[in-house]
Design a protein around this ligand. Structure first.
Ligand code: SF4
Length: 83
């Protein structure tokens, strides 16, 4: 599960977020490239290749694009329960 207590500091506020690579549960981002290549309008990489949410989705289509990345993330690092 993603960890909303350990969000990447560059996530823009909102429901979707990426978990920081230093997450204690071992489910943080591993810089695999999938989400920011799959949905580059919403996910971006920091200087180390770790992902963060740069824009929150608003339309149903955009939300679905972000949910697809939740499914694709190999370490379940993306959450939709943020604020
Ligand atoms: S898909 Fe997951 S592990 Fe890969 S870059 Fe995105 S948040 Fe990180």
């Amino acid at each position: 599960m993603a960890n909303k207590e350990m969000k990447h500091e560059q996530n823009i506020a909102g429901k979707f977020y990426c978990t920081h690579p230093d997450d204690d549960n071992g489910e943080g981002c591993i810089a695999c490239n999938v989400c920011y290549n799959g949905a580059p309008d919403f996910f971006a990489e920091d200087d180390d290749g770790n992902a963060y949410v740069k824009k929150q989705p608003t339309t149903d289509e955009e939300i679905e694009a972000c949910r697809e990345q939740i499914e694709e993330c190999p370490v379940a690092s993306i959450g939709e329960d943020g604020e």
